[in-house]
Design a binder for this molecule. Structure first.
Ligand code: MF3
Ligand code: CO
Ligand code: CO
Length: 300
């Protein structure tokens, strides 16, 4: 029987009530959870919704908005679709989405006092829980017109995400991913953040393994089909070193220069990779949030 969408949403809402409590087991065990075919289909549904949500938010960003307005959009979306925004109350995080303006590397907390101005760049990190599984994706976008330097950083960070994911296939190793990213951005004069890494994703928000965005080819854990994780390189204009602000969450560049990040959730398949946080059935890479820089050749 096909239920009206309204009923499905109610079902999600009931189901999702207990979800937050149970995710911690998948995080603290340190175990790698290889997903079954059925679990992968649910993860693809979660990923697709996370991608739609990120795209919907990205399209509405404009100068004069506050980062709280962006959080409000996330809350609206989750309510309307009957899904859960994972960040809220996660390890005490106070909001439903992470925002990262200019020198913020990640985990910025939306605030009604933070107004976006023309020339800023903002990272938006959406994680949804759908039928118990997380879809985690992020994009950094310009607010109005930005400097040529800022645009170069965005393009390099987007390309780093694409190249890192291109290195994913069974038999490859985690170090191959990090190397693909590092060897692209460092010759351009940019640096790779060390203090935050990609992560296994599934019923847990952050599962094993950790996925560094720097590394040596042929080193690290071997990738096998059914492994699901994120690739989310944070690329800095200057030093890779960071400082944590006194709110205990916001990570900023030590030199206060710009930082940019693009994130996808993905699955290792029998013959390569399936990107989960996209809107095409095949799981082909698309720019996260479908934001494409002017003149970027790899359009969705
Ligand atoms: N979405 C982030 C990531 O990519 C994690 C945010 S944790 C939060 O891993 F608590 F800040 F929401
Ligand atoms: Co992530
Ligand atoms: Co994220």
């Amino acid at each position: 029987m096909i239920l009206p969408l309204r009923f499905c949403r109610l079902r999600y809402q009931r189901y999702n009530k207990g979800v937050k409590q149970s995710t911690s087991f998948y995080e603290s065990s340190g175990k790698i959870f290889i997903k079954s075919r059925a679990e992968l289909e649910t993860m693809a549904a979660a990923g697709r919704m996370a991608s739609e949500c990120l795209e919907w938010i990205v399209r509405q960003v404009e100068p004069g908005m506050t980062t709280q307005d962006i959080d409000d959009l996330q809350v609206d979306y989750a309510r309307r679709e009957g899904v859960v925004a994972a960040p809220l109350h996660y390890r005490g995080f106070p909001k439903s989405i992470c925002t990262a303006v200019n020198e913020v590397i990640c985990h910025g907390i939306p605030s009604p006092k933070q107004v976006l101005r023309e020339g800023d760049i903002i990272g938006i990190d959406v994680t949804l829980i759908v039928e118990g599984f997380h879809g985690d994706n992020a994009a950094t976008i310009p607010v109005g017109e930005v400097s040529a330097d800022a645009m170069r950083l965005l393009v390099a960070a987007l390309e780093a995400n694409r190249l890192g994911i291109e290195a994913v296939k069974p038999g490859a190793r985690l170090g191959d991913i990090g190397h693909a990213i590092q060897s692209h951005v460092e010759p351009l004069g940019f640096s790779v953040v060390r203090d935050f890494v990609g992560h296994g994703v599934g019923r847990g928000f952050h599962e094993a393994p950790q996925v560094p965005h720097y590394g040596t080819p042929g080193m690290g854990k071997r990738l096998t089909p059914g492994l699901t994780f994120t690739v989310e390189p944070m690329i800095n204009e200057g030093t890779w070193e960071m400082e944590l602000l006194r709110d205990g969450w916001t990570a900023v560049t030590a030199d206060r220069k710009l930082s940019a990040q693009y994130e996808h959730s993905l699955a290792v398949t029998e013959d390569g990779v399936r990107v989960l946080t996209v809107q095409n059935e095949e799981g082909k890479w698309e720019p996260p949030g479908r934001w494409v820089p002017p003149d970027y050749p790899k359009s969705p």
